[in-house]
Design a protein around this ligand. Structure first.
Ligand code: NAP
Length: 481
């Protein structure tokens, strides 16, 4: 399955015909090639976007919302294929790709189409004048996304960017290009005007860097790691580009002493290990009240040990492969660090598959791993691992839980488990983060702000925050006669 760039409505190779191999994480086998794009390819994409820019911007919001609906319908009609490609490219279970990636990618387009129909220009009346705030397109925007939720995260940016009248140059992660390609196929199929959406594949430091540096690209929406985000900001901010940075997380799952035990255990597993812990929102640190810590840990270890890890295509598989062997090695280095820091591995930590056979031993598998006995200030407990590794820590009071939750450089998300939602709500407001769930996790209303504080990012996306980012307000003040 060879991928090409999508520029000016056509599928094309890199200008110099260079390619990269795309490997399947569950087997280590070759899926196909993708273009290894560089500066000329980005220039070509920007030129195509420029041609399309004004006609697209001149459409009404309603017309563009209709295009989003058309993309949603076309993607939905291929949602099984979408999930298959996502599972093949990422190694995640097909069932998860169906339930989360395919569903949400379609929803993102539909949500923004519907949401736009509720929007009106802001009007501020003065005694002697009326102010009308219009939202105008920015122009050409650059979208750079990671490999963990490939089309889910790309569509979260593409939909509001198009809606607000911008044209796009996007770069998906070179590890997971298949569903961005599918989006391009769908856009070609439905006749989206040429050049409105351009996708350029390749390495971050080559093609991504050119997107950051191109004078013609006026805004960058970036989702990825904190270190890359720092580099993105350092490059784009001096050029006065508008920037949205959605970065890493080291989120706390806080289990209060009055939590409903079964719900808290299930919630902590879902929060900690969905997509093998490769979700920026994952609760990779469990903070549990000391009075229930033993019972909670016993249930947690029993259930995590029983999780089926293996063939992503088998319906019983709960844990698929990680993104590649290099990432397995990185996660293992943190498990080794945890041991050096005095931690005890309660379950997992090995590469064996525990589910039905299928993938080859070259697959990037790592069993879900629980670690106790570490200080909440240890490196393992403070640094983002982005894999199936969850540490467990005890606290004795709400104040201590808050202090521990805040003891990282990150501040993206978290969850609190309690029968007393008022108490949970009060704790939530003292945690330095962008999102807190009470008795749930990753329960998303797409109208709400999404994003983090501290090293987890700058700005918010979602609902009107996305529309605000992907547009420039123009205030027109009309003096009354
Ligand atoms: P990453 O290494 O930072 O890469 C993200 C994207 O940036 C990729 O497309 C990458 O291309 C590109 N890139 C790398 N160097 C670049 C450069 N010099 N200029 C422009 N682009 C460049 O992150 P990842 O490993 O793919 O994803 C995992 C990280 O993303 C985790 O830290 C996770 O927490 C974070 N994340 C955050 C959110 C959120 O919403 N806050 C959501 C999901 C993931 P290559 O793939 O070619 O390197």
């Amino acid at each position: 399955m060879n991928v090409q760039n999508f520029i000016g409505g056509e599928f094309v190779d890199a200008v110099d015909h260079a390619t990269l191999e795309n490997l399947a994480p569950a087997t280590g086998q070759l899926i196909g090639t993708i273009p290894r794009s560089k500066q000329p390819d980005v220039y070509r994409a920007v030129a195509a976007a420029r041609v399309a820019q004004h006609e697209w911007a001149d459409l009404t919001l309603d017309d563009r919302a209709d295009w989003l609906e058309a993309i949603a319908d076309a993607l939905e009609s291929r949602s099984e294929e979408l999930a298959r490609r996502e599972s093949l490219d990422t190694g995640k279970p097909f069932s998860l790709a169906q339930r989360v990636d395919a569903k949400r990618s379609v929803e993102n387009f539909r949500f923004f189409a519907d949401f736009s129909r509720e929007q009106e220009d802001l009007v501020f009346e003065m005694e002697d004048a009326t102010n009308i705030v219009h939202r105008r397109p920015i122009g050409i925007v650059g979208l750079i996304t990671p490999w963990n939720l490939p089309l889910y995260l790309l569509s979260w940016k593409v939909a509001p960017a198009l809606l607000m009248g911008n044209v796009i140059v996007a770069k998906p992660s070179e590890l997971t290009p298949l569903t961005a390609h599918l989006l391009a196929e769908v856009c070609q199929e439905i006749g989206l005007p040429d050049g409105v959406l351009n996708i350029v594949n390749g390495y971050g430091p080559e093609v991504g860097q050119q997107i950051l540096e191109h004078e013609g690209i006026k805004a960058i929406s970036f989702t990825g790691g904190t270190a890359t985000g720092r580099h993105v900001a350092a490059t784009a901010a001096p050029m006065f580009k508008k920037l949205s940075l959605e970065l890493g997380g080291k989120n706390a799952t806080i289990i209060l002493d009055d939590a409903e035990m079964n719900q808290a255990v299930q919630g902590a597993i879902r929060a900690g290990l969905t997509n093998s812990g490769q979700v920026c929102l994952c609760g990779s640190r469990i903070l549990v009240h000391e009075s229930i810590a033993d019972e909670f840990t016993q249930h947690l270890v029993a259930q995590v040990s029983a999780m089926k890890c293996g063939d992503p295509n088998h319906p019983e598989t709960q844990v698929g492969a990680l993104i590649n062997m290099a990432h397995v090695e990185k996660v293992e280095s943190y498990i080794n660090l945890a041991i050096q820091e005095g931690g005890t591995i309660l379950t997992g930590g090995t590469r064996e598959m525990t589910g039905p056979p299928g993938p080859t031993p070259e697959g990037a598998f790592l069993r879900p791993t629980l670690i106790s006995g570490l200080s909440h200030l240890s490196r393992t407990a403070r640094e983002e691992i982005f894999g199936p590794v969850v540490t467990i820590h005890r606290f004795s009071s709400d104040e201590e839980a808050i202090e521990m939750a805040n003891a990282t450089d990150y501040g993206l998300a978290g969850s609190i488990w309690t029968r007393d939602t008022e108490r949970g709500h009060s704790i939530a407001q003292k945690i330095d983060t962008g999102i807190i769930w009470i008795n749930t996790w990753l329960h998303r209303d797409l109208r709400t702000p999404f994003g983090g504080v501290k090293h987890s990012g700058v700005g918010r996306e979602g609902g009107s925050w996305s529309l605000g980012f992907f547009s420039e307000p123009l205030n027109v003040c009309i003096k009354h006669d």
